[in-house]
Write a protein that binds this ligand. Structure first.
Ligand code: CP
Length: 315
């Protein structure tokens, strides 16, 4: 089993329940990963993904080796046939099998360049790690998707689910930098697999690739979209159609208490890190509505459920 998107999970509800069980007894399978090694490669910064995945592996008895490939090791070349007389020092064809020989499972974080949509959406970096390590692979956020985050988000929604079928709204927020679409794409495709009413709202020009939003309702009027919401997921992303560009920094889209007046007492979610008073106001971030710390905590059990499945499959 690899874990690169929701399509690697035939039974999302079962995986969510497995994660919730692990949360009740995190050390119940502490011998499963004995003498197994998880290798974590970060081509980009991380707080939550790195530490939650390390903790998840540790709860399963695994050894963990993590490397910040952007700083700690040699600059990797990903182009086939490259004449390596520039800044890259080691080809992925050489580096990845080395990782594979040291590790039983490999996790990689590889953000998009946000220059070429075709290049980023081909997932050429992730695919080369998948191909050349020869080991089960876990995405720690790729160019287009962040499945461990989305699984943690699904766990959080399951834990706070009202008795009725919940309305979940993904709302775009302003940001000072162009960010990937990965968290939004991923949240959308996982929501499409959950028993929820799912609405996406954003200014014109921020439409996500419909392959991820599926049958979600796309509503350009944020106030209308938020009406009756049980969960409001706040996230910035750069344009997919005008690829990688910031088309709006309209502060009116920042989520404040005023925006939530028409919701059903909505809980507010964000994957973190969040730019306070740009994406979400302090009053929301510090309120009882906020589930962000629970989402971060659930990253441990999301990773643990995935690693447990991979270990069992490869025992
Ligand atoms: N949400 C998330 O992936 O956080 P990090 O970037 O800190 O890992």
């Amino acid at each position: 089993m690899n874990f690169t998107s929701v399509h690697d999970v035939p039974d999302v509800a079962t995986l969510i329940n497995e994660a919730i069980e692990l949360k009740k007894g995190p050390l119940a399978f502490s011998h499963l990963g004995l003498n197994k090694t998880l290798g974590l490669v970060f081509l980009n910064p991380s707080l939550r993904t790195r530490l939650s995945t390390q903790k998840a592996a540790s709860n399963l008895g695994m050894n963990v080796m993590a490397v910040n490939a952007d700083r700690d090791s040699w600059a990797i070349e990903f182009q086939d046939g490259a004449v390596m007389n520039g800044t890259t020092v080691e080809h992925i064809r050489d580096a990845a099998p080395v990782l594979g020989s040291y590790c039983d499972i490999i996790g990689v974080r590889c953000f998009p360049g946000l220059v070429s949509r075709d290049t980023d959406y081909s997932e050429h970096i992730m695919k080369q790690f998948l191909k050349w390590t020869g080991r089960p692979f876990v995405s720690l956020e790729s160019a287009t998707l962040h499945p461990l985050q989305s699984l943690a988000d699904c766990i959080t929604i399951a834990e706070h689910r009202p008795v009725h079928r919940p309305k979940v709204v993904l709302t775009w927020a302003p940001h000072v930098k162009p960010l990937p679409q990965a968290v939004a794409n991923s949240f959308a495709e996982w929501m499409c697999r959950m028993d929820v009413e799912f609405v996406v709202t954003h200014p014109p020009g921020y439409e996500l690739d419909p392959i991820y939003t599926g049958n979600a309702t796309i509503e350009y009027n944020q106030e209308k979209a938020l009406e009756g919401a049980d969960f409001v997921y706040v996230k910035n992303w750069s344009s997919y159609s005008d690829y990688g560009r910031i088309l709006s920094q309209d502060a009116a889209w920042m989520l404040t208490e005023r925006h939530l007046a028409g919701t059903a007492g909505a809980k507010v979610m964000h994957c973190l890190p969040v730019r306070r008073n740009v994406e979400i106001s302090d009053e929301i971030a510090d309120s009882q509505r906020s589930l962000v710390q629970l989402q971060a905590e659930n990253r441990v059990y999301a990773a643990q459920a995935v690693l447990k499945r991979i270990l069992l499959e490869n025992n």
